[in-house]
Design a protein around this ligand. Structure first.
Ligand code: GRF
Length: 205
């Protein structure tokens, strides 16, 4: 299965996908996209010789429009679009063109600590200030509202003893690097079902 990964920053989740032994032979990262003209994650794409594009809603020098990207993804037979640290809201026409084929990883246990403006360290600062005892990562389907698509899978970690938001960020990022590739594997193996508006990860081998 061909996948496209959307990034905006460091790309550690992209790296985790590319380094995942489980995904080898099951998935190919055919394209890396960003809302930025340049970002550290593009260096990872270069290292793995993966084509990368800067994308934006309107015509702008150096950027491809989402309309054009839709065409490219169809030609490349992209079966799954993975948002891994992508900070922009996907245009609704683009989301509608790929129903239940766009997933996002969020560094908290949605539906808590999510929504517009909740990204990066801001998420962990809000979790820290709340004195919550657990945090974690969530992979969910992307719809037209930030962080509100159906939850696919989650992983939690105790943060009882943390003394800073940065400590939470570190523990959660480690979870993300395992959770995201595992969801992509299940998607490629068609082990993700939606029934009565809930997502089930089938155990069938
Ligand atoms: C991760 O914490 C992810 O949950 C959030 O943005 C961060 C991306 O980090 N959406 P990276 O660019 O994958 O290192």
């Amino acid at each position: 299965m061909n996948i496209a990964v959307f990034v905006s920053g460091k790309g550690s989740n992209l790296e985790a996908i590319l380094a995942s032994a489980e995904l080898k032979g099951l998935c190919d990262v055919s394209m890396v996209c960003s809302d930025k003209l340049d970002c550290p994650a593009f260096e990872i794409a270069k290292r793995y010789k993966i084509p990368f594009l800067s994308v934006c809603e309107s015509e702008k020098d150096g950027f491809v429009t989402f309309n054009k990207l839709h065409q490219i993804f169809t030609e490349k037979e992209i079966g799954l679009i993975v948002l891994a640290g992508f900070l922009k809201l996907m245009p609704k026409e683009f989301v509608r063109a790929f129903p239940n084929k766009i997933i996002n990883i969020h560094p908290a246990l949605l539906p808590s600590f999510g929504g517009k403006g909740m990204y990066g360290i801001r998420v962990h600062e809000a979790v820290f200030r709340s004195s919550a005892k657990v945090s974690g990562a969530t992979v969910h389907f992307v719809n037209e509202i930030y962080d509100e698509g159906l939850i696919i899978d989650q992983a939690a970690v105790s943060i009882e003893d943390v003394e800073s938001p940065e400590e939470i960020a570190q523990r959660v990022l480690q979870l993300e690097h395992v959770l995201l590739p595992s969801v992509i594997v299940k998607f490629a193996q068609r082990k993700i079902e939606i029934k009565n508006n809930r997502v089930y990860l089938t155990k069938k081998s």
